[in-house]
Design a protein around this ligand. Structure first.
Ligand SMILES: N[C@@H](CCC(=O)N[C@@H](CS)C(=O)NCC(=O)O)C(=O)O
Length: 241
């Protein structure tokens, strides 16, 4: 499973977005070898029947592991990025501790990200991006998918909830280097979302780094974690293979 030791058996079907970067970071951090199969969601390829057979919810990322074979003898696709992280953590024995309390803490924050931070920051960016005059200031995906017009109510709603979630995570990080203490899949789940929304949030609160100090420090720390830079670069905005 270490790079160069075995043939590729993991395939990530993906596009370059935050949910996908969680996985490229994890794969890089675990030094797992894999190949990328690009699925262009900017051209609606997620709605093709072939892909729907892998994920009925028509979203990337999907992970295929040739070692995960179902009763029909076919590779069982894994969709939902949090499920993929959990799968890879169990497969590699990394970034999810066995201790029941630590394990549950990691899963709680992993699900918190999937149910709260991701959707809310996604909506924040979608609506707030409509106020940006020059699309060159937006990432390639947001430039194509942002709200078509400024909706003050939606911007206010998701801005307020985004900053509330920042406060929740900032509190959790008090006296901790990482979200549950040791580095875990919860950190890999949260980082790409915060990284991509940070500038937009900072344009609303210029003091974001000092106001959410634990979070700001954690963002800086995450950049230096092995695998993070590589995983972020692999699926950086605009990368298509
Ligand atoms: N909860 C899912 C969300 C996946 C998701 O929203 N993927 C986006 C890209 S980040 C997508 O495929 N969008 C295409 C679409 O909505 O049609 C996960 O974490 O995997």
């Amino acid at each position: 499973m270490l790079k160069g030791h075995k043939p590729v058996m993991l395939k990530l079907i993906t596009w370059s977005t935050q949910n996908a970067r969680k996985i490229s970071i994890m794969l890089a951090a675990c030094q797992l070898d894999y190949e990328i199969s690009w699925l262009n969601i900017e051209q609606n390829e997620q709605h093709q029947q072939g892909f729907k057979a892998l994920n009925p919810n028509s979203k990337i990322p999907v992970l295929m592991d040739s070692e995960l074979v179902n009763e029909n003898g076919q590779v069982e696709p894994i969709f939902e990025s949090a499920a993929i992280l959990l799968y890879l953590a169990e497969k590699s024995g990394r970034f999810l501790e066995n201790n029941p309390i630590q394990r549950m803490a990691t899963l709680k924050w992993l699900f918190w990200q999937a149910a709260n931070l991701g959707p809310v920051l996604g909506n924040f960016s979608h609506f707030a991006a409509a106020t940006v005059k020059d699309t060159e200031h937006l990432n390639t995906y947001l430039a194509k998918t942002r709200a078509p017009k400024v909706d003050e109510y939606a911007i206010q709603r998701f801005t307020k909830e985004s900053f509330r979630l920042l406060e929740v995570l900032n509190q959790q990080l008090e006296n901790k280097a990482f979200i549950v203490g040791n580095l875990s899949i919860a950190d890999f789940a949260c980082y790409p979302w915060l990284e991509s929304a940070w500038l937009g949030l900072q344009s609303i609160n210029p003091n974001i780094n000092s106001h959410y100090k634990n979070l700001g420090d954690w963002m800086t720390r995450m950049k230096t974690v092995e695998g993070v830079e590589e995983g972020m670069k692999t699926l950086a905005w605009g990368r298509k293979g």
